[in-house]
Design a protein around this ligand. Structure first.
Ligand code: PLP
Length: 396
């Protein structure tokens, strides 16, 4: 079949919730993707921050094949080896205490919300606790995660959402303070806002939020589903700020392609929140997904991925800054490490993304006017040069 036939088949049978670009990717190798015509693309979005190690890593693939032959699923009624190993590695990498594995980022957010409410309920028994979330945030599409997603367009048709959510402005500590009441049980934010347009939390803001949380025994939930797993140049972006979180949510690159997420709790919260009967999942933490997670952490260590991001990111930043200087319709660069955005003025962002695809470069947008770069974490300076070259062609 031709590419157009697969597109028609998809459009006939798959519910139309995405306006897809007209490409059918068939395979990937390293940092390159190939469509069904064999056309090659340089990938600077990594399946939305998922394929941190690139495509077809031999060690990763061999581990998954081995696990498929052993066992894929057992349920959470029994122990399994990969879950034990993956949980230890995630806990150690984050400096936190207890892990709950989910199937997606959205489910990790759901779990985090339940943790916060349970923690507060155990303290005072009341059932009207509030959570403060940020404007322009993104935490997922299920009703709980959507309720803390600061985007009216996403929320409106699905109201009523869950109650007790208040919104504050990101990087504005006073606006967070204004929303705090005696009912507040948690503050949730992305350490670097992704979908909203690549806004890193300012150090003073994050430290200030931490102090507020400590003063009032409010849980800090940091959503690192997109910016975590080495992307910022730190295993988790909050580690740069010298603050600690109470709850961490993680997904996307956690399994590098196998669907898996997690919420991770510090010791105090782990001991005063969910107990048997409170939460569950059939698939979550299954041996296949956890073997992926475990192997990802091994590869991050053996290939020194986080150090590589730290070393290489300044070059990406420099090259993107040159574009800001050069093009009058590119007004700014924002980001940290390998989560970067260029702010585009007066041009349709979707059109630019489409042009990049034509030129063999895969990037995505964020917010309404940001060109977003989420490359595999293994890219080298030469790959950045190639990306810039293709981007220039697309911007012509
Ligand atoms: C992608 C994303 C989510 C949702 O994760 P899914 O795996 O798509 O459910 C939540 N929060 C952030 C910051 C994300 O980038």
């Amino acid at each position: 079949m031709e590419m157009i036939d697969y597109m028609k088949q998809t459009d006939q049978y798959v519910l139309h919730t995405y306006n897809r670009f007209p490409v059918v990717f068939e395979r990937g190798k390293g940092i390159r993707l190939y469509d069904t015509n064999g056309k090659e693309y340089l990938d600077f979005m990594a399946g939305i921050a998922v394929f941190a190690l690139g495509y077809g890593n031999e060690i990763y693939n061999a581990a998954l094949k081995d696990q498929i032959d052993k066992i894929i699923h057992t349920s959470n009624l029994y122990y399994n080896i990969p879950m034990a190993e993956a949980a230890q590695k995630l806990a150690e990498a984050s400096g936190m205490s207890k892990v709950f594995f989910t199937n997606s980022g959205t489910e990790a957010i759901e779990g985090a919300i339940k943790v916060a409410r349970k923690y507060a309920w155990l303290k005072d028994g009341s059932t009207d606790h509030e959570i403060i979330a940020m404007n322009h945030s993104f935490h997922g599409r299920s009703l709980g995660a959507l309720s803390v997603t600061g985007n009216a367009y996403y929320q409106e048709p699905f109201k009523p959402l869950i109650g007790g959510i208040r919104f504050a402005d990101f990087n504005n500590l006073d606006s967070v303070k204004e929303q705090i009441t005696h009912k507040t049980c948690a503050i949730i934010l992305e350490t670097i806002q992704g979908e909203g347009g690549i806004y890193p939390a300012e150090e003073e803001f994050l430290k200030g939020v931490r102090v507020l949380c400590d003063e009032k025994d409010i849980l800090l939930i940091l959503d690192e589903i997109q910016c975590g797993m080495g992307r910022s140049g730190y295993m988790f972006a909050w580690q740069k700020y010298g603050v600690k979180t109470d709850v961490l949510t993680c997904a996307k690159a956690l399994g590098c392609g196998v669907p898996v997420g997690a919420f991770v709790l510090n010791e105090k919260i782990a001991e005063q929140s969910l107990v048997p009967g409170d939460h569950g999942t059939t698939y979550g933490g299954n041996p296949l997904a956890c073997r992926a997670v475990s192997t990802v952490f091994d590869l991050f260590a053996s290939e020194d991925i986080v150090a590589h991001v730290q070393e290489t990111a300044p070059y990406l930043e420099k090259k993107l800054d040159e574009l800001v200087d050069e093009y009058d319709f590119i007004s700014a660069r924002r980001g940290k490490g390998f989560i970067q955005g260029l702010v585009i003025e007066g041009r349709k962002i979707g059109k630019i993304v489409g042009k990049c695809l034509e030129k063999g470069l895969v990037v995505i947008s964020a917010g309404t006017n940001v060109l977003r770069f989420l490359p595999p974490l293994i890219i080298r300076e030469a790959d950045i040069d190639e990306m810039i070259e293709k981007l220039r062609e697309a911007l012509k």
